[in-house]
Design a protein around this ligand. Structure first.
Ligand code: BGC
Length: 745
């Protein structure tokens, strides 16, 4: 008996001794974090929760990186700041700057905690002069290519992390449902599945450790939540999104990112359903942390705590606003240019309004993040890895990304050009680098051509390179339309076979892009009119951050290409497509509206409405979600289902279709599988995308493509986020064909 007792006690001791080991596997940094936390003063802890802009510690107060050492020392010794963000310079200055500040942080502060440095590398390494500039998300989402997005994440990390920039404020996971929103181009378009899948691929790519070296970068899922549908279209205007829709459209991309292990989240600056998100316990604690299980670092957006006072008027002063934000769940304040957050937080703890235990919760997460990124072992940038920034291999990827993203929306035989065709090229983006790379390129609002690399082609220089100078004429941009310019334009057009006209909108960022009318500016449409008047075939290239409308001219155009902001490979990509060297394969990731005040998404509710009331109403879109053609005909036949019934919530059946390239040129085809619900207890979207893929099809070949339909594909969330599985019929749709099946519980 005693022996038995002894054995069981020993067993218990053994189990207890094993317990911490198991926990260790779960969180290998817990012990280190706890030990450090115990040594920290309250001020040091609050400093870790503060993020300051580099412009506060540079000599001229700009983003260019010359360190004001005294100001920096003050920031980290007096205010104990643990994180900085945002600069723009060449790679060697980035390298020196980060090396120097990390050295001071590690060697000259009491505890030697390394800094974590944030950057908005939202389309490649866009704040490094030599960096590779990829297309913006709205463009690259039209590729529907998950692997491309994974590679984009990797490329970004390879050009970012070795500089000591370990925290990238990307990807934007807001669903681009509002075409007026001036951040539309930062989104992956209007579909939640596309946003979720491409966002997750980017996160996986950017959070992988860079081979051979231990450099890591954290991604940031932003902006949680409900930012992208401001009711009147302007940036940060309030949004009103019913809970059911929040669960169905806005939560899934974030959920997918959390499942993929994204380490950080940035909060939406706007108000959602009457609550300022930065002050909302409902959104930041209940939804984000408890229901969705996110346990990483929650960062405010820039200077946003004070917006609770000045913009949202939900707090009477910054002290109250700070308390509300911390209470709601934020871990770090992107305070940017003020140390007020630190002082106020100290006062809040001293007066018992915020507990030190609450501060510890956030600091634990931040220190863990620094450990996860390997900053304690190696906080310094690596000069041996700078060569790959802007390498030829990376440039080739930027071009490839643009080639597979540009969408051919209309082609009346104008494209591809014949070998002898001569072209007149005109419009604002014809010979401009700035218009192709767009905003968030070296500068927030985009940078002038001089700041771009000499090696980058504009559309014009790409055309002369690929087609030869004698086949291309450039009509310079910047001249007003008057009799003389019109005559000159018409005269030049007489000598060519086609006119290629670039139209759209110049780069803008955030509120700078607020507009009240989606109609394309007259300075562009006047040239469309003039080009049409010449009687020559006109091909339009749309260089823009959102769909700007040119509806009344569309019927007279011979070709239309959507380029968005295609990045530094955009000029080459567009010309390869126009000459037929590349077969276009992009499809539209959003709805291109026809009318200014009738902006819908493909997944809107009750399209049957038109048919129900009257059937003579005009379509709402100029181009639909999923539109886009190549130079080869692609046929879809033989849609089959492996069964006609799904039984219970764990069942599956397989849909298959045969897709054939009927043309003489190799093609890539985006395959879009939709489903719709015949009868449901909630009014359902007309159809929802359930799966997509991009396949390559050699000329003349046929491939069988499959989609496994799981029972969960027929389910939809109610307003609490509970999935409903309802008995009834569903239709699966691909390539214009449909098949019905039944779900039974
Ligand atoms: C934007 C964020 C960005 C931050 C830092 C804000 O204005 O809303 O998306 O990450 O600035 O640059």
């Amino acid at each position: 008996m005693t022996r038995l007792l002894l054995i069981s006690s020993l067993l218990l001791i053994l189990i207890a001794a094993c317990q911490p080991e198991q926990d260790k596997v779960h969180d290998p940094y817990e012990k280190d974090v706890d030990t450090l936390l115990q040594k920290m003063t309250l001020e040091e802890k609050i400093g870790q929760m503060t993020q300051i802009c580099f412009s506060t510690i540079t000599l001229d107060g700009s983003k260019s990186l010359e360190l004001n050492v005294d100001q920096f020392r003050e920031a980290i010794t007096e205010h104990h700041v643990g994180s900085f963000l945002s600069g723009s310079d060449n790679k060697s200055r980035w390298y020196t700057f980060i090396r120097d500040i990390q050295k001071i942080a590690v060697e000259e502060t009491r505890l030697g905690i390394p800094l974590i440095i944030g950057i908005d590398h939202v389309h490649g390494a866009n704040y490094v002069d030599e960096g590779t500039i990829l297309p913006h998300n709205i463009t690259v989402s039209c590729s529907f290519d998950k692997d491309l997005m994974y590679q984009a994440g990797k490329l970004t990390a390879r050009e970012t992390a070795p500089l000591g920039l370990n925290w990238n404020f990307a990807p934007v996971l807001d669903v681009g449902v509002n075409q007026y929103w001036p951040r539309f181009y930062e989104t992956f378009g209007e579909d939640p599945l596309v946003t979720a899948e491409l966002g997750e691929a980017f996160i996986r790519g950017s959070e992988t450790t860079i081979k051979d070296k231990n450099y890591k970068m954290a991604a940031c899922a932003k902006h949680f939540i409900g930012y992208s549908d401001p009711r009147y279209g302007w940036d940060r205007a309030p949004a009103w999104i019913p809970r059911q829709q929040l669960w169905e459209f806005y939560v899934p991309p974030f959920k997918k990112a959390f499942d993929a292990g994204v380490k950080t989240v940035m909060v939406n600056s706007g108000a959602l359903n009457g609550q300022a998100v930065h002050a909302s316990k409902d959104f930041l604690t209940d939804l984000l942390q408890e229901q969705l299980g996110f346990d990483g670092v929650i960062l405010t957006d820039i200077k946003d705590i004070s917006k609770l006072v000045d913009m949202h008027h939900v707090a009477k002063d910054v002290k109250e606003a700070t308390r509300m934000s911390v209470d709601a769940g934020i871990d770090m304040s992107m305070a940017c240019n003020s140390f007020e957050f630190n002082q106020i937080m100290k006062e809040l703890v001293d007066s018992g309004l915020v507990s030190e235990a609450r501060i510890d919760q956030s600091v634990r997460k931040i220190l863990k993040l620094k450990h996860q990124l390997g900053l304690f072992e190696n906080p310094y940038p690596d000069s041996s890895m700078l060569d790959q920034i802007g390498s030829d291999e990376h440039y080739a990827m930027a071009r490839e990304a643009a080639e597979s993203s540009v969408v051919l929306l209309k082609n009346q035989g104008a494209l591809p050009f014949d070998d002898e065709d001569k072209v007149l090229l005109a419009g604002f983006a014809a010979d401009s680098k700035k218009m192709l790379t767009g905003p968030w390129t070296y500068e927030w609002m985009g940078a002038e051509d001089e700041r771009h690399p000499d090696s980058m082609n504009t559309i014009y220089t790409a055309m002369t390179d690929m087609m030869g100078e004698d086949r291309v004429q450039l009509f310079p941009w910047g001249e007003s339309i008057n009799e003389e310019t019109q005559d000159r334009f018409k005269k030049m057009s007489e000598e060519v076979d086609a006119i290629v006209l670039t139209v759209g909108e110049e780069p803008y960022s955030e509120f700078n892009g607020n507009i009240s009318d989606l109609t394309m500016d007259e300075k562009h449409t006047r040239w469309i009119e003039l080009a049409i008047e010449t009687g020559k075939p006109v091909v339009l290239i749309l260089v823009e951050g959102r769909p700007r409308l040119f509806t009344k001219y569309e019927k007279d155009l011979d070709g239309v290409l959507f380029a968005g902001y295609p990045g530094m490979g955009g000029g080459d990509a567009l010309v390869s497509i126009m000459t037929g060297e590349v077969n276009p394969s992009g499809k539209l990731s959003f709805t291109y509206p026809k009318h200014v005040h009738h902006t819908l998404n493909y997944h809107h509710y009750s399209s049957e409405y038109n048919v129900y009331w009257r059937n003579d109403q005009e379509p709402y879109s100029l181009y639909d979600f999923g539109d886009g053609m190549g130079y080869a005909d692609i046929s879809y036949t033989n849609l089959k289902l492996s069964d006609s019934v799904l039984r219970g919530s764990n069942d599956s059946l397989v849909a298959s279709v045969e897709i054939k390239n009927e043309g003489a040129m190799e093609a890539d085809e985006v395959v879009l599988w939709y489903m719709s619900d015949e009868v449901a207890s909630w009014v359902r979207p007309v159809k929802m995308l359930k799966a997509f893929d991009k396949i390559s099809l050699p000329a003349g070949l046929r491939k069988k493509v499959k989609f496994t339909i799981h029972s969960s594909d027929i389910a939809f969330p109610d307003k609490e986020g509970q999935l409903l599985f309802e008995e009834g019929y569903h239709t699966v749709q691909v390539g214009g064909m449909t098949k019905k099946f039944k779900y039974t519980p």
